[in-house]
Design a protein around this ligand. Structure first.
Ligand code: TRP
Length: 345
């Protein structure tokens, strides 16, 4: 994808890159088949809903639109959700409506298509996001602002998760609007919540194992953003960021992409190592994070060249096959497979 779409400041790159000895680099490069991903044709905001759908929510939900949204029952819940969606247009009622709608995320399965196809709703979400940018640098996000934007992000998460809206969501490049939130480093709760909730949207996108989503994220350089959070972030954001990298690695294109250059491979393996060292030194029993880290290592070990390099770079604590800080049986099995793939055991 050409750079014109990427709205993330570029200075994070150097941070997640590492220096590698020329010998390691050559070793790695020789073995990698040069693969180029095909350029993607994406048009910003290229999606346009059908006229009947556009009409549907301008005032009230009509019988016609009920058909459009899949025989939805016109029960009181639907009435309420539609009311809240309409209230988003009223700036005085918007905050309340955002909060109520985000509470309905799990209980109301048609929320995502309703949000996407109602006229102006996505524009309102983007407007809410744009307002927050000015508070990122210098860092001045208040808890109230943070919770309001987190309601918006919760609704975006619902769009990212739903099969009927995920593809539209990607084609409209909505994830790019969240990258500046991921690129923050302020430690306050307001910022951490913003990062965790933004990562939650990306996490929802990769959850479906949808190659379109993985490709989009790879080509818009989500990986260096995740690596930065894995390296320096707090517990929860670290875990979600590692989950995202794990999901990218589990995709065949994702694994090839990361193992395509030594810089990429070492950037990832060094951050994994930092996290293992951290967990080990602080004696923190974070099994969930450990699970994602081990899964990432196991997947890297399935790439022939990455596996050979990993043999040398696997953290010392993980070279012990009887490692007791891994408690989960499944993770123990992954660890065993990892050592087998690397012929350490
Ligand atoms: N543009 C960088 C690259 O393609 C993006 C990047 C930085 C990256 N660090 C990475 C990609 C680590 C994968 C893994 O190399």
């Amino acid at each position: 994808m050409s750079n014109q779409y990427v709205i993330v400041p570029q200075n994070y790159r150097s941070d997640s890159m590492v220096s590698i000895s020329p010998a390691d680099k050559r070793y790695f490069e020789q073995a990698q088949a040069k693969q180029k991903s095909p350029p993607q044709q994406m048009i910003f905001g290229g999606y346009s809903p059908s006229p009947s759908l556009q009409k549907s929510l301008s005032t009230q939900l009509s019988e016609q639109s009920m058909d459009d949204f899949g025989r939805m029952q016109k029960d009181s819940d639907t009435e309420l959700v539609v009311q809240y969606i309409l209230q988003l247009r009223d700036t005085d009622k918007r905050e309340q409506a955002l909060s109520e709608l985000s509470k309905k995320r799990e209980s109301f399965p048609h929320l995502a298509p309703l949000l996407w196809h109602s006229v102006g709703t996505i524009a309102i979400f983007l407007q809410e996001i744009a307002v927050v940018y000015q508070h990122l640098q210098p860092a001045q996000l208040t808890p109230t602002q943070s919770s309001r934007i987190c309601s918006v992000l919760g609704l975006l998460q619902c769009l990212a998760l739903h099969v009927q809206t995920r593809s539209c969501f990607l084609r409209a490049h909505i994830p790019l609007f969240l990258y500046p939130f991921l690129n923050t480093s302020n430690k306050s709760k307001a910022f951490e919540n913003l990062r965790v909730t933004s990562l939650g949207v990306i996490g929802a996108l990769v959850k479906g194992d949808d190659p379109e989503a993985i490709n989009f994220l790879m080509q818009t350089e989500i990986i260096p953003l995740c690596l930065r959070i894995m390296k320096k972030g707090q517990e929860l954001s670290r875990t979600v960021a590692t989950f995202i990298v794990q999901k990218i690695l589990l995709d065949d294109n994702g694994l090839n992409y990361i193992c395509q250059t030594p810089e990429r491979f070492f950037a990832v393996s060094q951050v994994l190592q930092t996290m293992i060292d951290d967990l080990h030194q602080s004696q923190k029993d974070d099994q969930r994070l450990l699970r994602h880290i081990i899964r990432c290592y196991l997947r890297l070990s399935e790439n022939q060249k990455a596996g050979e390099v990993l043999k040398k770079y696997l953290p010392q604590v993980l070279k012990d096959p009887t490692q007791s800080f891994i408690k989960d049986e499944v993770v123990k099995k992954w660890h065993n497979n990892l050592l087998q793939n690397l012929s350490i055991k």
